[in-house]
Structures are given as C-alpha cells and as structure tokens.
Design a protein around this ligand. Structure first.
Ligand code: RB5
Length: 149
C-alpha cells in the first residue's frame, strides 16, 4: 500500500489532553490526524488503545501512529506486539530523531506524566519530519522484523 499522510493517535485516560495537543501539531504539519480516542476521562485500559492504533499502522491505513499513556511504556509494549510495528517511547528530541533515522519506527509513544505538553508536541514534530537513513540501519531493522517470525 502506498504511503499516506495519515497519523493515528490514541491514548488512555492519563493522556487525553496531551493527545489533543499533539494531534493539533500533527495537523499543523500537514498530516491528517486520525484520533481514535478515547474522548472521555474514565479510567481505561492502555493495551486496547495501543493495539487499536497499531493495527491501523500495520494495515497501512495510517503511515504513522502516536500513542500516549502515563509513562508511554505500557501502551508502547502493547503496540509492539502487533506485527510490523516498531514503536519507541521518547522523552527527548534526539531519541525522536534516532528512532526514525536509525530504527525506522512507525509509531511514537509519549508519557503524559513524564514530559511537558510543549515537549511532547516538539518530539512529535521531530518524529514526523525525520527520514529513515536506510543502508546499514536497514539491515538491522530487517533483523528486528525477522524476529517476528
Ligand atoms: C494508568 O494509571 C497508567 O498505568 C498508564 O497510563 C501507563 O502509565 C502505563 O504504562
């Protein structure tokens, strides 16, 4: 499937406000933000939201995914169980650049109880504007994919 300009966003209850701010940055950068919620603050289960977003990335419906929970860790773990997904938690700009340039990550995870909203928006921007370098990094990404069986 051809690459597209759609970015799926999802979170648990801990990160709804931050998700909306990041979605706005995604839109401002010229991407279509596909926000699959949740939209209400009731306590919910991050594996469900991570998996739902990851399925849209794995299927090719969305080029990238940005997911959030309190730490970014649990929802990242769930997303990485979906075949074809490479998701990393980032709390700094350098990591956001590297997971695209070297790891060809197709999903980014953010921790709403770890970083500030402005930082989350900037991390998302770096993630979406950094290209994969390929070459020797492609060999290593292929090795990651091979582990999926
Ligand atoms: C929810 O309280 C919290 O556990 C969740 O948002 C996340 O931090 C899990 O990794």
């Amino acid at each position: 499937m051809a690459l597209n300009k759609r970015v799926v966003l999802s979170s648990d209850h801990a990160a709804i406000e931050m998700r909306m701010a990041v979605a706005q940055r995604v839109t401002d950068l010229g991407w279509e933000a596909v926000d699959i919620g949740p939209s209400t603050p009731e306590s919910t289960h991050y594996p469900e939201h991570g998996a739902a977003a990851a399925q849209l990335v794995a299927s090719g419906d969305c080029r990238f995914g940005i997911i959030l929970c309190g730490t970014g860790q649990g929802i990242m773990m769930a997303a990485n169980k979906v075949k074809g997904v490479r998701c990393g938690v980032c709390s700094d700009l350098f990591s956001a650049e590297m997971i695209r340039a070297h790891n060809d990550a197709n999903m980014l995870s953010l921790g709403a109880r770890v970083i500030e909203e402005a930082d989350a928006m900037q991390i998302a921007e770096v993630f979406l504007t950094t290209e994969f370098e390929g070459g020797r990094h492609g060999t290593r990404v292929d090795m990651i994919s091979a582990l999926e069986g």
